[in-house]
Design a protein around this ligand. Structure first.
Ligand code: 13P
Length: 247
């Protein structure tokens, strides 16, 4: 059985390098013992080179090099042994990342031989299922001109905006996670074929905690989780990992 990927997206936390070290050490020490899980931490960029473990980045800039103050290239991340890069997170999208920018970022990550974690998800739900169209459009645009034979390297993360963060409006029911999982694979099948659609990993993110983690993996048939707040608390994050391992 393929390992489940449990990704901690630390966002703009914690406050210091020392805390980042401390939290990550506890997490990786605890996660090492579990056979069915691959734990990944996406720390803020300044902490990446300090952390020993499987690393992801929270964002990337799409140019190769040059006069782009503040920019971080895919090659730079690769040189720090980063394996995963989140692209299209809703918090980056609301800071200005359009579908076109997400597409460019996705391509530089693939070119640098890292795995993009492509975040998609609707802002709100409606009764007519328009949100499915919205998600399909996000995926199609992000994958524009990506060669079909490398689409399987992309990890999809379904993160409905209304379910993210401490002001979340609700928690996604397990069967709805399954519906979206199936739908995402159908969209991928249309783009890159049925074999890729079967192979691709789909994660769920949005208010994941130790209590609901199992539901997304078992009822939602997710290949892993993208965890925000709870990934900063080693005890809680390890509990999520253990619960996912036990499914
Ligand atoms: P929370 O788990 O804090 O809701 O954040 C989810 C998220 O945005 C992960 O990328």
């Amino acid at each position: 059985m393929a390992k489940k990927i449990i990704v901690g997206n630390w966002k703009m936390n914690p406050k210091s390098a020392r805390e980042a070290n401390d939290i990550s050490e506890k997490i990786f020490r605890g996660a090492r013992k579990l056979k069915n899980i691959s734990a990944v931490i996406c720390p803020p960029a300044p902490f990446i080179s300090l952390i020993k473990g499987v690393l992801g980045a929270q964002d990337v800039f799409y140019e190769k090099d040059g006069a782009y103050t503040g920019g971080i290239s895919a090659e730079m991340l690769k040189s720090l042994s980063v394996r995963y890069v989140i692209v299209g997170h809703s918090e980056r999208r609301s800071a200005g990342d359009t579908n076109d920018i997400v597409n460019k970022k996705l391509k530089v990550v693939l070119n640098a031989k890292m795995a993009p974690i492509l975040c998609v998800g609707e802002l709100t739900r409606d009764h007519h299922g328009q949100y499915f169209h919205f998600v399909r459009d996000q995926i199609r645009q992000a994958l524009k001109n990506v060669s079909k034979n490398i689409v399987h390297k992309i990890i999809l993360a379904y993160e409905p905006l209304w379910a993210i963060g401490k002001n979340a409006k609700g928690v996604l029911p397990g069967e709805e996670a399954l519906h979206m999982n199936i739908f995402i694979r159908k969209v991928i099948a249309d783009i890159a074929g049925a074999t890729t659609a079967k192979k691709i990993k789909v994660l769920y993110g949005g208010s994941v905690d130790a209590k609901n983690a199992k539901k997304f993996i078992s009822a939602g048939k997710m290949d892993g989780l993208l965890v925000g707040r709870e990934s900063l608390n080693p005890k809680n994050f390890l509990e999520i990992i253990k619960n996912a391992d036990a499914v």
